[in-house]
Ligand binder design. Sequence first.
Ligand code: AP5
Ligand code: ZN
Length: 217
Amino acid sequence: MRIVLVGPPGAGKGTQAAFLAKNLGIPHISTGDLFRANISQGTELGKQAKAYMDAGNLVPDEVTIGMAKDRMAQQDAQSGFLLDGFPRNVVQAEALDEALKADGVKLDAVLDLEVPEDEVVKRIAGRRICRTDSAHVFHVAYNAPKTPGVCDICGGELYQRGDDTEDTVRKRLEVYHSETEPIIDYFRAQGLVVTISALGKVDEVTERAMHALKAEK
Ligand code: AP5
Ligand code: ZN
């Protein structure tokens, strides 16, 4: 399956993508994780992306689209993928459509995670991420690691993202409403959008998402 996951910052896209990708046997491709891996490795791409991310703005399309296409061209993504954080505006959505058309394939669904803004703020404030490229996600209250500061899955160090400050989160939400929400209408016109509530326990949301995706198949 080829799926796009969309939703505001902190909706739980990364958290759900990890489970959904495993259940569906497809790779989880997160442009945010790819940028963060580039930043921690000190690459040129990471240097270009960092200032935009710290400010809560979108990284320019020419950088983002190339990186996403390169990742989708890898062997493990040939029979499907779960995109998390891409596309994030209409230009990127059109670029994705063109790339898929050139390969003679189509998206199966766009899964839209709906969460009220006050919940998003609580989720982001308590989020802790593993420093490894796997970027395992925890929350100090809702999904606490057994040992504070240590990833349960791989033993990596947990940290708070630099763009998870109150001011940057407000900016990211603003950018979500103005730039990213329009892609929901763009994909709705293609009959691809399924909206689910992302409230409730993590496994309840995964079950809701799997149910919605099966109905789309
Ligand atoms: P990105 O990394 O994509 O961030 P985002 O979209 O802001 O989303 P988040 O990672 O903040 O949240 P999430 O929905 O994944 O939630 P999570 O699962 O962690 O992008 C960061 C930046 O990179 C952008 O601002 C931009 O600069 C740049 N960028 C990336 N892609 C780009 C693109 N295509 N174009 C241009 N620029 C781009 O969950 C949040 C917390 O809640 C966690 O602590 C988790 O444990 C907890 N939680 C999850 N589910 C539940 C639940 N059901 N109940 C309770 N707690 C929960
Ligand atoms: Zn880890």
